[in-house]
Write a protein that binds this ligand. Sequence first.
Ligand SMILES: *Cc1c(COP(=O)(O)O)cnc(C)c1O
Length: 442
Amino acid sequence: MKALNIEERVRVVDADWNSWDAICDTTSRRQEDAFYVLDIGNIVNKYRIWKEKMPRVEPHYAVKCNDLQIVVEVLAALGVGFDCASKIEINKVLDLGVSPDRIIFANPAKPASHLRHALASGVNTMTFDSEFELLKIKQLHPRANLVIRIRCDAKIAQCPLGFKFGCDPISEAPRLLKQARILGLNVIGVSFHVGSGCGEPEVFSRAIEHAAQLFALGEMLGYRMDLLDIGGGFPGGSDSSIDDISKVVTDALDKNFPEGCGVRVIAEPGRYFVASAFTLACCVYAKRQLYDDDGDVKHAMYFLNDGVYGSFNCILYDHQEVTAIPLKGTHGKVVSSSLWGPTCDSMDQIARDVQLSNLEVGDWLVFKDMGAYTLPVASPFNGFPVPRVSAYITADLWTMLKELSPLTEDHFVGGETISRNDCLLSSTLAPGPTPVIPVALN
Ligand SMILES: *Cc1c(COP(=O)(O)O)cnc(C)c1O
């Protein structure tokens, strides 16, 4: 593995650190570019909660959600499996030394070259939802272990997926199972994805019931059905919890796939593992004010160094709602304000009308829960770079993780201290006229 340079390494810090302090510390060091703080402990904690709430369900992280190298490495070290949708995602995981049987190729529509690559690299478990995919698999990867993807949409979802993927469990799936049988292919199970950012936990119960019926049909056709894949859809924000969904899932599994029935249950969480681990800090690098007839400010426009072509693409594609928190706190009266990204496109708007107290050029805005469907989609359009990520881990967690393959001592850098001075200064300022805290711009 190539040596990591200092900025790419995870900083080992004291147990009482937090992302906010790390942001204050970084911004006090004459940093101007937008950046992320990644809390590795937050990912580990998500894993711990998952194991506690759904011990039977083996998570396979959906790489597309955030394919940052260190994220994939930490999850691999924890023993998580992976949902890959393409040749490059497969390679990303295999290059870490992860065994191909920890990967599910969960793209029901696969380019032929990617299918050949799966065969060559020993990735044998994959999904399908049409007869055309079956024919392609028959030709290119005939001994694959197939998982039929059915459609079962949540009534509420941040990003529905059913328009594009999943066959109808009643009107289409039985025919496809029979076609696969005629082709001599091997079906081993059922998968679904209820929609990303699922807001209706009960949908998991409906989907698992459908799966159970197809397991019965599959067995009748002579398949050995032993894999149930309950997909993604789990929330990942810092104020969210998987309690409701895990309860529905556990009950539905107990009823339809009781423990000891010989069925392995997996899931493909993406958002769940990464959303809350990433906090984004953006700098106000320019502003404009619009005045009313009395000469009072009626609206403030703030220009940030990350926008909808960068991290905030999540507003357009992932329908995320983002909240800007001024690093210096709220002081004085609030005004209607809009937030804009750095490109010359007028569509590059992060927030149209939010109430903020006056910000100066050089002030920082913080956005929590920015780990899911942000970075991998971001582009450096117009010459504005995608923000860098600084990762942090506490010393005790580091002791546990540092030798869990694929992590090594080399992934970490010790002796880092976070200075809290600037934060304490700004966050304890009483409301009133805001003294300008100088932030030197390069
Ligand atoms: C995107 C995707 C996921 C991850 O979904 P989340 O809602 O982020 O958990 C899982 N499986 C498949 C097939 C996907 O396309």
